[in-house]
Ligand binder design. Structure first.
Ligand code: PGA
Ligand code: ZN
Length: 417
């Protein structure tokens, strides 16, 4: 089958928040690929620009007028050539001219079209026969921070990680049970709880940061006992969203507390020890590499993960590696624009002993590409909620991949240090 690109078709679609986004089809002589771009709400400031001036419509026009004619005739099998052409056409360092989301949609649709042209599933095309490990699902159960507009816990996400599961299906079963159990506990805890959920399908409740920890710990323990394997949990602090640079303090509204950097470090250590957290994302504001390094040194058996800190950017990751800032990294392809850039970041992370955590965005579509990327690149964790349509699309695809692999499927090596 031929992978020569014949055409690109771009259109406006909507994400789960009802926001406009771009979707691109790549048509080759023997195949087809399609991808829609996600959107963040608590975005890192080093992320690439999403759209050129003029938004999604301007982006579509760039595809029609500039990009489609340039890519037609190229071979979709050569992803690096497609992605470097996108960089060349754009001509800036942050995709200001064509939009990072435009680059994302083309890049992902292209790799899918290449796989499809060869009659292969996406994870097989990228990862070959060695791609047989499934990631552990890191599932958001309670929302806070910017995701609930400050009306709940200050910490943005409380995430279950059933790391004792022996299969992906078992792990996702645990997460759905934990999520449900938390709903039941919140009903008892708060009279105002009405079963509302955030964009990522996590519960919204007007409880305190401390109560959210108690509820999480109890649900994970009970479900772990019921299923007879370890179900741990962690948090995405998203600390940049409540860091007040002028005061140099983290503002914990509903605890009535302000913490300076040293106190924030102490608080994070206290939480890790008290709740045996196995995952802590963005515990400090996005430029504080030094505190990440301190926390990594002082904590044990916990992934210290950079999201806004690294923004899937190899250069920023290399700055972190030099001083051991963190031991895990969030991979969101649209933070950097293309699959080739993201793959370079994943490889750099893995060479240096960092766990790569492939992630959804809070505003997402029903695309399932990240499920395939997690398997293709042997990422030990996928962060993509527990319930809600856009999350379930990815989780169910992983169940299908595991089923397809049969006896060859195994869980990835989760190296928690
Ligand atoms: P997002 O953030 O809203 O930018 O997708 C989620 C996260 O911080 O991980
Ligand atoms: Zn995050």
């Amino acid at each position: 089958m031929s992978s020569i690109i014949e055409d690109l078709i771009a259109r406006k679609i909507f994400n789960n928040r009802g926001e406009e986004t771009i979707e691109v089809d790549v048509i080759t002589a023997g195949g087809f690929g399609r991808a829609g771009a996600p959107a963040g709400k608590s975005r890192g400031k080093s992320e690439v620009a999403y759209y050129p001036q003029g938004g999604v419509e301007a982006a579509i026009k760039r595809v029609d007028d500039l990009i489609a004619p340039e890519l037609a005739g190229l071979n979709a099998d050569f992803q690096d050539e497609i992605d470097s052409t996108l960089h060349e056409i754009d001509g800036t360092t942050d995709f200001k001219n064509i939009g990072g989301n435009t680059a994302f949609a083309i890049s992902l649709a292209n790799v899918e079209a290449a796989a499809n042209s060869h009659g292969l599933l996406l994870f097989q095309f990228i990862g070959g026969n060695a791609a047989n490990t499934l990631p552990y699902p890191l599932g958001n159960c309670i929302s806070g921070g910017a995701h609930v507009r400050g009306k709940g816990p200050v910490i943005q996400e409380y995430l279950a990680l059933p790391h004792g599961a022996e299969s992906f299906l078992e792990a996702q079963t645990a997460n759905t049970k934990i999520h449900k159990k938390i709903g039941d506990l919140l009903k008892k805890k708060s009279t105002t709880f009405n079963g509302g959920k955030s964009d990522e399908g996590a519960w919204i409740s007007n409880i305190t940061t401390d109560d959210a920890f108690e509820v999480m710990a109890r649900a994970c323990e009970e479900i772990g006992n019921e299923l007879d394997f370890e179900c741990g949990f962690g948090i995405d602090v998203a600390a940049s969203s409540f860091w007040k640079a002028k005061e140099e303090k983290y503002i914990y509204e509903n605890q009535g507390k302000k913490r300076d950097t040293a106190e924030q470090l102490e608080y994070m250590i206290e939480l890790i020890e008290k709740y045996h957290l196995i995952y802590v994302e963005d515990p400090f504001q996005e430029d504080d590499f030094d505190s990440f390094s301190e926390l990594t040194k002082k904590s044990k058996n916990c992934m210290i993960c950079g999201d806004d800190l690294f923004t899937t950017n190899t250069e920023r990751l290399n700055n972190g590696i030099k001083i051991n800032a963190g031991n895990a990294i969030i991979i969101k392809v649209n933070q950097i624009g293309t699959l080739t850039d993201a793959a370079e970041t994943i490889e750099t992370a893995q060479r240096n002993g960092y766990n790569a955590v492939v992630s959804h965005r809070s505003g997402d579509t029903c695309d399932w590409h990240i499920a395939h990327l997690a398997v293709a690149y042997k990422c030990p964790v996928i962060k993509t909620g527990v319930v809600e349509g856009s999350r379930i699309a990815k989780l169910n695809e992983l169940i299908r991949i595991e089923h397809f692999l049969g006896d060859r499927a195994k869980m990835a090596d989760l190296n928690i240090r």
